[in-house]
Design a protein around this ligand. Structure first.
Ligand SMILES: Nc1ncnc2c1ncn2[C@@H]1O[C@H](COP(=O)(O)OP(=O)(O)OP(=O)(O)O)[C@@H](O)[C@H]1O
Ligand SMILES: [Mg+2]
Length: 376
């Protein structure tokens, strides 16, 4: 696609610098430049731009997005800021911009930012899905890995996995990865990164699936501060349609921060004939202060046998809360897949486990398109 760019930047030297970048980038032409926003709003339409680069760190700030949308309904707006700020970035998207870019930027970064929003389609921001478990060994890492593949395959859109199970994250093992960069480096560098440069910290594992691996050794946990993790999640929103986050079992600063940042938190527990209903009840209690709890906190039981509608109903009744999905007991398939460094949904797409994971993926995708959340 050819971009005809309108640049609105209040700092003169920055304006000149960015004009040069736009001019030097293939597929981008500078259609008009303005130092003054009211001039850009009043006079720019004759240049018929289809991309607006808008400095929002000036009087009027975020409110300008709306004004530009009215004057240039057919153009995409990319907001520009001096440094990465999660609030400005998500605020820009909410206001109707397609993305947020840090200035000064290079031609490659400009191209990547535009690619990111073209890939993500119209509403531009990811859905954050957090997988929380009251206790360890819930089957959540297995579920996340398989669900990510299924979501990517079915939606055709980019899916990211963040392994924030900081002490015992094993997503890298699941995907047989020797990660060069992990969550530790990503949060270390986050201040200097833009969404486009962050993407190189994620490792591609399948078409449209990338993983940000966990820490290499448990003592690295201290290297991941909570505010930086929040920033990492916010910045990753511009890169993927769905982001699945694996968090440490139980309530801790990491799992709480991730759940707060989520659109949906799945509470996952494995049936093993012990106290899982009890644990789940107690875990649900913690989410009671979410006003939209039933929409946002979803229960999944794994290793359910038999795994049918009746079992789901009985579990819901025992729990006194809807059970969104149940995953069958399929140890042979799960471990066979793991041995091969593959996912169960890939090597046995017709197995009961794969079917249930696919159904969950359908629900997540359908819900995004405002179709009713099946069965709840
Ligand atoms: N649906 C299933 N049926 C049978 N076994 C399963 C199923 N899902 C996972 N498992 C097995 O249960 C064990 C724990 O699974 P997994 O590592 O996914 O759980 P986890 O909650 O991430 O655990 P941890 O607390 O160690 O992070 C693994 O040995 C896995 O192979
Ligand atoms: Mg795990």
């Amino acid at each position: 696609m050819e971009y005809r760019v309108l640049l609105a930047e209040s700092d003169r030297s920055m304006l000149e610098r960015l004009c040069q970048v736009v001019d030097d980038t293939p597929n981008f032409t500078l259609a008009a430049k303005f130092q003054n926003v009211s001039d850009a709003l009043g006079q720019g339409a004759v240049f018929n731009p289809n991309l607006i680069l808008l400095d929002i760190e000036q009087p009027g700030g975020m409110g300008l997005v709306d004004a530009f949308k009215k004057v240039y309904p057919a153009a995409s707006i990319l907001c520009m800021g001096d440094k990465w700020q999660a609030e400005s970035a998500s605020g820009s998207i909410k206001a109707g911009a397609k993305g947020y870019i840090i200035k000064p930027f290079s031609g490659v970064e400009l191209q990547e930012s535009v690619d990111a929003f073209s890939r993500l389609g119209s509403d531009g921001s990811a859905e954050i899905l957090v997988f929380f478990s009251p206790k360890g060994k819930s089957g959540k890492t297995t579920l996340i890995a398989n669900l990510a593949m299924s979501l990517a395959r079915k939606s055709g859109e980019p899916v990211g996995i963040i392994d924030a199970d900081l002490q015992f994250g094993d997503m890298a093992v699941f995907f047989n990865l020797a990660a060069q960069t992990t969550i530790v480096e990503a949060v270390r560098d986050i201040r200097f990164l833009s969404p486009a440069s962050l993407s190189s910290y994620y490792m591609p594992v399948a078409p449209n699936v990338s993983v940000l691996c966990g820490t290499r050794t448990p003592n690295m946990i201290d290297k991941v501060a909570i505010d930086k993790l929040e920033n990492l999640i916010a910045m990753s929103r511009g890169l993927f349609r769905y982001i699945l986050i694996d968090v440490p079992a139980g309530f801790n600063p990491t799992s709480i921060a991730a759940a707060e940042a989520s659109n949906t938190t799945f509470l996952v527990s494995m049936i093993n004939g012990a106290y899982e209903i009890d644990h789940m009840k107690r875990a649900l209690h913690i989410f009671r202060d979410w006003e939209d709890m039933e929409n946002r906190a979803k229960v999944i039981f794994t290793r359910v046998e038999p795994c049918d509608a009746q079992a789901r109903l009985e579990l819901s009744q025992k729990l006194g809360y809807p059970v969104t999905e149940i995953i069958p007991n399929d140890y042979a398939i799960v471990s066979d897949a793991a041995d091969k460094g593959k996912m169960a949904t890939d090597i046995r797409p017709d197995s009961p486990l794969s079917r249930q994971v696919d159904r969950l993926a359908d629900n997540i995708i359908g819900r995004k398109h405002r179709i009713r959340w099946a069965g709840v």
